[in-house]
Design a protein around this ligand. Structure first.
Ligand code: CP3
Length: 323
C-alpha cells in the first residue's frame, strides 16, 4: 500500500514522536527499520517499502531540506543556475549510508518471501521541490525554470539522474529486491516536456540500474500520465507501471498490461470513506486488472486520517477474492 508506513498507524506516530523530526527518523536505521516493519507485522503485506523520502537525494547533494510539522517539506530553493554551486556531484555517503543500513536491517528481519522495495523520486518531481523549495499544486517554479532555461534545467535533471542511479544501486546492494521511481508530478507536463523531463531521464535511470543489476525489477509511477503511460512503457524500459485512480481501464488492459505489469489503483479517498464505496473500488480494480499481471495497491499514498479498520476491510475483500 503506498505510504503504508505512516501517520494513520498509532505505532508509527509513537516512533515518529521519539525520533523528534521526520528526517531524524529517516536517518536512524533502527527506527526506520522498525517503522518499515510495522505495516508488515500488522497486515501481512506481500511487500515492504523502505522507510525514507524522495527528498533524501537533494539533501545528500547538499541542499538544505527540512520538514515543517503539518506543512510538508521546505528546501532552500534553487530558482536558477546560480543555485547549482551549492550542489555536490555525488550523494554524500554520510547521508545515504544510514539509508542503506536500514535496507540491510529490514532485509534481515523480513521473511524471505516478502519483497523489499527500494525507491527514489523521478528527476522531474524531485526537481520541482528543489526549484520551488516546497510542494504546491501546479509546480509553476520548475515549469518556468525549464521554459526560461531548458539547458540549465537539463543540467539539474542530469545531476539528479546520476545521483538516483547511485542511490538505487546502493539500496539494491544492501538488499532491495525491486525499486520504484515516484513521479508524482508527471501529469502536469505538456507532451514535449513530458518526453524530455518525465520519459527520457527515467529511461536513463533505468538503463543505469539495469547495467549493474539487470534482474532487479523497476516500477515507474508517473502519476496523472493518463494515455501517456504508453510513452513510459515504450520509452523507459520499466518492468511495471503504477496506475493512479484516474486510469482508463480499457486503455490499460489493451495497451499497457500485455507489455508490463501494473500496480494500483484504489483512490485513497475511497479507502478513507470505507463502506460500500471501498468495496466497489476494490471490486472494480480486481475486475479491471486482476486477469493480467497486477499488483493490488492504492493509486496514491494512504491519507493520515484513514481508519485502520478500512485497511482491514480492503485486505479481507482482496484476500477473499484470491482464495
Ligand atoms: O511507506 C512508504 O511508502 C515509504 C516511505 C515514503 C515516504 N515518502 C514517507 C513519508 C515514500 C515512498 C515517500 C515518497 C514521497 N515523498 C513522494 C512520492 C510519492 C507521493 O506520495 O507522491 C513525495 C512527493 C514525497 C515528498 C514528501 N514527503 C512530501 C510532499 C511530504 C509531506 C506531505 C505529508 O504527507 O506529510 C513528505 C513527508 C513524508 N514522507 C511523510 C512520510 C511518512 C510524513 C511525515 C511525517 O511523518 O511527519
Amino acid at each position: 500500500m503506498m505510504r503504508q508506513a505512516g501517520r494513520y498507524l498509532a505505532e508509527y506516530r509513537a516512533v515518529r514522536a521519539e525520533a523528534g523530526s521526520f528526517l531524524n527518523l529517516c536517518f536512524d536505521p533502527d527506527k526506520a527499520a522498525e517503522v518499515t516493519m510495522q505495516p508488515i507485522r500488522r497486515f501481512g503485506f506481500d511487500a515492504a517499502i523502505l522507510f525514507s523520502d524522495i527528498l533524501v537525494v537533494p539533501h545528500a547533494l547538499g541542499q538544505q531540506v527540512a520538514f515543517e510539522a503539518g506543512e510538508g517539506p521546505r528546501l532552500d530553493p534553487i530558482a536558477d543556475r546560480s543555485g547549482f554551486a551549492r550542489l555536490s556531484a555525488r550523494p554524500d555517503p554520510a547521508i545515504v549510508g544510514p539509508v542503506y543500513e536500514t535496507v540491510r536491517k529490514v532485509r534481515a528481519m523480513l521473511a524471505p518471501d516478502v519483497t523489499l522495495l527500494g525507491f527514489c523520486g523521478a528527476p522531474w518531481t524531485v526537481a520541482t521541490y528543489m526549484v520551488a523549495g516546497r510542494g504546491g499544486d501546479d509546480q509553476a517554479a520548475a515549469r518556468l525554470f525549464a521554459y526560461r532555461d531548458p539547458d540549465g534545467f537539463a543540467v539539474l535533471i542530469d545531476q539528479i539522474v546520476r545521483a538516483s542511479i547511485d542511490y538505487l544501486l546502493g539500496q539494491i546492494r544492501a538488499g532491495a529486491d525491486a525499486v520504484q521511481i515516484f513521479d508524482t508530478w508527471a501529469g502536469i507536463l505538456p507532451a514535449a516536456e513530458f518526453e524530455r523531463w518525465a520519459v527520457e531521464p527515467v529511461a536513463r535511470i533505468i538503463a543505469g540500474v539495469k547495467a549493474a543489476a539487470p534482474d532487479v525489477p523497476v516500477i515507474a509511477f508517473p502519476k496523472g500520465a493518463g494515455y501517456r503511460l504508453g510513452r513510459i512503457v515504450a520509452g523507459t524500459g520499466a518492468d511495471a507501471v503504477g496506475l493512479d485512480w484516474t486510469a482508463d481501464a480499457d486503455f490499460v488492459r489493451r495497451e499497457i498490461q500485455p507489455k508490463v505489469a501494473v500496480q494500483g489503483n484504489i483512490d485513497p479517498l475511497a479507502l478513507l470513506a470505507g463502506g460500500a464505496a471501498l468495496d466497489r473500488a476494490v471490486d472494480e480494480a480486481l475486475a479491471n486488472y486482476a486477469a493480467g499481471r497486477h499488483i493490488f495497491n492504492l493509486g496514491h499514498g494512504i491519507l493520515p486520517p484513514t481508519p485502520v479498520a478500512h485497511v482491514e476491510q480492503m485486505l479481507a475483500r482482496v484476500r477473499a477474492w484470491r482464495s
